[in-house]
Design a protein around this ligand. Structure first.
Ligand code: AHG
Ligand code: MN
Ligand code: MN
Length: 359
């Protein structure tokens, strides 16, 4: 068919006219130049001429694991993936079937990527050492499925990961300052990956039609102050005095005319953090009288989130003067209290601790 035929063919003509009028009306047309996560990673790698491509390969393996977990999460109700796996993990928590499946996906994809020498998973009591013939240069820590208590209610859940560069022969564990890339996947109303790498944090959204993560927000910067606090208020009676004072102030502002903060708590760290990341504010999991280190785990929950938030201009603290990323871990499953989010909001709770003199 030549151009003359095109003009006389009614269906094609209609299509042509529609596409021109859509363009003229400023409506989005099909993007023919998508920045996919895969393409983005290749671009990042090219910024460093000496890069070997190992980190790119690792992140692509992670991407595959995340796509598979996302697919499983979306089908959970229909494929008998809801419910318990009849085991209890190292933290003494009930393990759900989706926890087990997600953990297997992460381990299998990463093990065969030839990029990691050690894997630390929330679901495995001991670190998984990779045989020399398959080992690479990175240590990776992950929570394959975070927020499992929300699975049956179809509330958002996620995966969290941090990639550390640390001497494979070292007997100690790295602090968060050894992280080279970290992020999370949120299985929410859309599947989203937030990845912090080379000093910036970026947001990608899964387009299920093409099965690719597409860059939707490069170089995210957090607001210096928000108007939402996020904490499990059921534990109020177990909080220390600084926490009680701080939350009271958020509800009953001292200054005339100042609005109270809103309170939001999903109970999935990834969902609560993603909201904090996008809208600003603070997420807290403080120490309680019966859990002096709080609940959340340093290597694969707090460190990755702290890394992402810091790259976006936010802050993550344990106590006044003590950043999450500076903690020297002694145990792979160690827990830490965390105050994370917009700089001014985090500073304000730290001031409450300073006022009382001791932490
Ligand atoms: P996981 O499902 O991996 O065990 O983690 C759940 C975590 C985290 O997602 C959330 O912020 C926190 O548990 C909620 O704990 P509380 O129920 O004590 O508030
Ligand atoms: Mn978790
Ligand atoms: Mn988990």
């Amino acid at each position: 068919m030549d151009n003359g035929d095109l003009a006389t063919e009614p269906k094609l003509l209609r299509l042509l006219v529609n596409s021109i009028s859509l363009k003229m009306a400023g409506q989005p047309t099909f993007d023919t130049n998508l920045m996919t996560l895969t393409r983005f990673l290749i671009g990042e790698q090219r910024k460093y001429p000496t890069a070997t491509g190992e980190l790119t390969t690792l992140l692509n393996a992670l991407q595959t694991a995340i796509k598979s977990v996302s697919s499983a999460v979306r089908k959970a109700g229909m494929t008998n993936l809801f419910g318990l796996a009849s085991t209890v993990n190292v933290q003494g928590e009930e393990v759900k079937r989706l926890d087990v499946l997600s953990n297997e996906l992460f381990i299998n994809m990463l093990k065969e990527s030839f990029t990691t020498y050690k894997m630390i998973s929330e679901e495995n009591e001991h670190a998984i050492e990779i045989d020399d013939d398959k080992a690479g240069k990175y240590l990776i820590a992950f929570d394959p499925l975070d927020g499992s208590s929300n699975i049956e209610a179809s509330v958002s859940i996620g995966s969290i990961f941090a990639i550390y560069r640390h001497d494979p022969k070292a007997t100690d564990l790295p602090s968060g300052r050894a992280i080279v890339a970290a992020g999370y996947a949120l299985y929410g109303s859309a599947t989203v990956i937030v990845l912090a790498i080379n000093n910036n944090a970026h947001c990608f959204m899964l387009d299920p039609a093409i099965g690719e993560f597409v860059l939707t927000e490069p170089n995210i910067k957090m607001k210096p102050r928000g108007s939402i606090y996020s904490v499990n208020e059921g534990y109020h009676s177990k909080w220390d005095q600084a926490m009680k004072n701080y939350v009271h102030k958020k509800k009953y502002p001292e200054k005339e005319g100042q609005k109270p903060y809103s309170s939001r708590y999903v109970g999935s760290m990834v969902a609560d953090l993603h909201r904090t990341f996008k809208y600003g504010g603070i997420f807290m999991y403080p120490r309680t009288s019966d859990a002096p280190n709080g609940k959340l785990r340093l290597l694969y929950e707090c460190n990755p989130m702290a890394f992402v938030v810091e790259k976006a201009g936010g802050k993550a603290m344990v106590a006044p003067g003590q950043s999450i990323l500076d903690i020297k871990p002694t145990n792979i499953h160690q827990r830490t209290p965390i105050f994370i989010g917009s700089v001014d909001d985090v500073d304000e709770i730290m001031d409450e601790y300073n006022k009382l003199g001791t932490y």
